[in-house]
Design a protein around this ligand. Structure first.
Ligand code: SF4
Length: 305
């Protein structure tokens, strides 16, 4: 079991079972808190073979190198990060994806997860990844025709991908909530239960250059759906767009860059994939970049006050 020290206590985590234990009787001094964010997402590549309108991934060509990624992971692991989530673009399109996952699982204690559109997850790829992945997130925006119109891919092909993923690791379903998909949340929760997903993650749509963020009507419909939810699959919601929803945060004092950071496919460290503020990860490493990004936010706060 790995442990992490933070403002809410000592956090124990087992990447194989997903078990989290928070020893909150202990309140360690700030000087010994873990310095890495609890979770870090890494866009391995900007490349994707789909063209979703609400995609926020940058469209310029960029990919990270295996050794560069592994170096950052080892630093983050040592400094108390618990898990890493590979994304993109479509992470399975990174030419060294399998090797990166194997090395991340073998050379660190981090939980290794990735988010995928699911269409490239053949039984062969799932077999090669077995043992190196602790959780998979699959993007499913609506069912049947809605899905096909949103993602431009056959729903049947997605279901085949989900079958392969189910043989690989525990998995969850991600849904971008917008005016189309909000009406299909019942169907999505039924699907999640049928295919054996352990989580349904709601991602209220954020504005991109082509779409607006979720509006008030959709937001109220989502709130109504969540408060009446009686499904068996656990619900989760992204922090962006969670306002108004009943959420439970066991680590309320672990905020901002203590809780989460994102590294994009150009090697820039950000507070989230949407955040415009960023710093380049130089040869000094990810933790040094994290310090610079924290300083940037401090200076901004001071000048605003
Ligand atoms: S599958 Fe994901 S990365 Fe690819 S275009 Fe759609 S939202 Fe963007």
């Amino acid at each position: 079991m790995k442990f992490r020290i933070g403002p809410n206590g000592v956090h124990l985590f087992d990447r194989l079972s997903g078990l989290n234990i928070l020893v909150d009787e202990l309140r360690p001094k700030e000087a010994i808190w873990s310095t890495a964010p609890r979770q870090v997402s890494i866009a391995l590549t900007n490349v994707c073979d789909l063209h979703c309108a609400y995609c926020y991934a940058p469209k310029h060509k960029a990919s990270l190198h295996t050794d560069q990624v592994l170096g950052w992971l080892k630093e983050l692991d040592t400094e108390g990060c618990l898990g890493i989530g590979f994304g993109g673009g479509e992470p399975t399109l990174h030419p060294d994806f399998v090797n990166i996952c194997k090395r991340a699982a073998g050379e660190t204690q981090l939980a290794v997860t990735f988010t995928t559109h699911g269409h490239r997850l053949t039984p062969q790829l799932a077999e090669r990844l077995k043992g190196s992945i602790h959780f998979v997130r699959i993007s499913v925006d609506g069912v049947g025709r809605t899905y096909e119109e949103q993602r431009g891919k056959q729903f049947a092909s997605l279901l085949r991908g989900i079958e392969s993923i189910a043989t690989l690791a525990p998995f969850g379903i991600n849904v971008v909530v917008n005016e189309r998909t909000v009406a299909e949340l019942d169907a999505l929760s039924e699907l999640a239960q049928e295919v054996g997903a352990s989580e349904l993650l709601l991602l209220p749509q954020q504005a991109t250059s082509t779409v607006a963020s979720m509006d008030g009507v959709v937001s109220r419909a989502l709130q109504g759906w969540v408060s009446n939810y009686v499904g068996k699959v656990r619900l989760a919601v992204s922090e962006a767009g969670a306002s108004g929803l009943p959420t439970c945060d066991p680590l309320p004092d672990e905020r901002g860059l203590q809780a989460y950071a994102h590294i994009d496919a150009s090697g820039m460290l950000r507070a989230s994939s949407y955040s415009p503020a960023c710093v380049k990860i130089e040869d000094a490493g990810a933790l040094s970049a994290l310090k610079r990004l924290r300083n940037t936010f401090e200076i901004k706060r001071e000048t605003q006050s």
